[in-house]
Design a protein around this ligand. Sequence first.
Ligand code: SAM
Length: 261
Amino acid sequence: TSFGFKEVGEDEKSQMVGNVFSSVASSYDLMNDLMSAGLHRLWKDRLVSELNPFPGMKHLDVAGGTGDVAFRILESINSIRQRALQNVLEDGLQEETQIYICDINPNMLNVGKKRAVERGLGESRSLIWVEGDAEALSFSNDSMDGYTIAFGIRNVTHIEKALSEAYRVLKRGGRFLCLELSHVDTPVFKELYDYYSFAVIPALGELVAGDRKSYQYLVESIRRFPPQETFASMIANSGFQKVEYENLVGGVVAIHSGLKL
Ligand code: SAM
């Protein structure tokens, strides 16, 4: 039977997203590696290098439950810090970096906290875990230097609300960056990708996570997500300037960015 995605109402969508991530949290990492052949790691590296993290920055990573993006930001800052410390101790570097990891699902946050410990970042005061909704952030206006959301905005019920919240919490000059599964246009590659999405991914989900439905939902949600240009317009309509996007692997994923000026 089909999963009836087109008919789901908004409440059901939120509930379903909750269920999906509760049920997949534990097999989440393995599935990401399998589905993307490990590429999601490189895509996240790319997102963070685009961000240009700096010591003392105040950053918000939304839908960041697993900590994947936050750890990369912190590690990138720590390596800058070490290099700088070897030369001269600058005052600016003493300022405390704060990376907020916000996710609606406490199970995902717990996965992230556990992984922070495994990565030797368990004691870091720079990582701050917050349970919260991308559509109604608990942070004050103009408080963040950067905002990232990786594989998260697709699951948000009202994308525009999440975008305007991103805009609200960023400082002037702050950067918005979004990594998301997107749309492939090249004819032959598109057919291969469709086959992979509709046949392989749900089967993998069943085999590895014992959960076909959640992965069917994943594939459907990728299809429903607005194409690159449309999403770029939505970002611009939320007030962001210099909106750009970069396709990776022919549009399998895209990194959109914007500046609050
Ligand atoms: N950013 C992480 C990564 O790239 O590995 C996790 C991505 S995971 C596919 C999507 C995450 O979005 C889940 O942890 C889920 O709980 C979270 N999420 C879904 N809706 C949300 C919302 N409205 N606000 C905040 N987080 C949300």
